[in-house]
Design a protein around this ligand. Structure first.
Ligand SMILES: N[C@@H](CCC(=O)N[C@@H](CS)C(=O)NCC(=O)O)C(=O)O
Length: 242
């Protein structure tokens, strides 16, 4: 159906009003990928508005939310009339649109460096985070009592992959700190709620992680957020075992 003049006026009015508003991020404090996005916004000095879907009411699976993000995952960014999900895609978008000189530092344009950053972010989303999620979701939603030996082995294997990345350069994807570090550091700290990092076995990771955790924006955004994730996991394991 062709839009009526009423729809056109309404759309252009609302987009001109929204153009003045900060981008809106659907997040949870305890969501590692949402923490990574918030750190990028903080670094580049971009104010964001926030909404917290009520996951106890499965609001992130409601028809309205699924219209925004068919995956039903958090975070989601709404910037004027543009909607984007997946923290890695959101971080790249925010840097490209609002990052100014920070874009080159955090997501370098050199083809090989950028490819390495992408590689580690695909590792974060496709391997490391998934190995947390297969424990976290059944624990929170389905009464899982504890991670299995296989869950723990898989996480330990993923820690070994981070150690291997760090044997090549000072940060996970390059010599310099990039958005890949923000993603992996938050995911790794959340993973530690399930399997603490063995610092003797993974010394490069332990050293890098300690440095990441010293960063002021990590301390004010990721540290309290992941502490909430950790507390939720402890709460559910206790409850599921009663
Ligand atoms: N690769 C995605 C992962 C997003 C994701 O799975 N987020 C979790 C919260 S931390 C979630 O929405 N879980 C609910 C679900 O998958 O049903 C990203 O980086 O944004």
């Amino acid at each position: 159906m062709l839009p009526t003049i009423f729809h056109v006026i309404k759309r252009s009015m609302s987009s001109s009003v929204r153009a003045k508003m900060a981008p809106l991020l659907y997040k949870l404090d305890a969501s590692p990928p949402a923490c990574a996005v918030r750190m990028v916004a903080h670094i580049i000095g971009l104010p964001l508005d926030f909404k917290e879907p009520d996951i106890s009411q499965m609001e992130h699976k409601s028809p309205a939310y699924l219209q925004l993000n068919p995956l039903g995952t958090i975070p989601v960014l709404v910037d004027d009339d543009f909607v984007l999900s997946d923290s890695h895609a959101i971080m790249i978008y925010l840097l490209s649109k609002y990052g100014g000189t920070w874009a080159e530092q955090l997501y370098p344009s050199d083809v090989r460096t950028r490819a390495s950053v992408n590689q580690v972010m695909f590792f974060d989303t496709g391997i490391l985070f998934v190995r947390i999620k297969v424990v976290a979701l059944p624990t929170i939603m389905e009464g899982m009592k504890a991670p299995t030996e296989k869950h723990l082995r898989d996480l330990e294997e993923a820690y070994g992959m981070i150690e291997a990345f760090l044997s090549r350069h000072a940060h996970v994807a390059a010599e310099q700190l990039t958005i890949a570090d923000l993603s992996v550091a938050t995911t790794l700290q959340a993973a530690e709620a399930i399997l603490p990092l063995n610092k003797d076995k993974f010394p490069l990771t332990a050293k890098w992680q300690a440095a990441m955790q010293e960063l002021p924006y990590y301390q004010c955004i990721a540290a309290p957020g992941i502490a909430k994730f950790n507390a939720a996991m402890q709460y559910y394991w206790k409850k599921n075992n009663q």
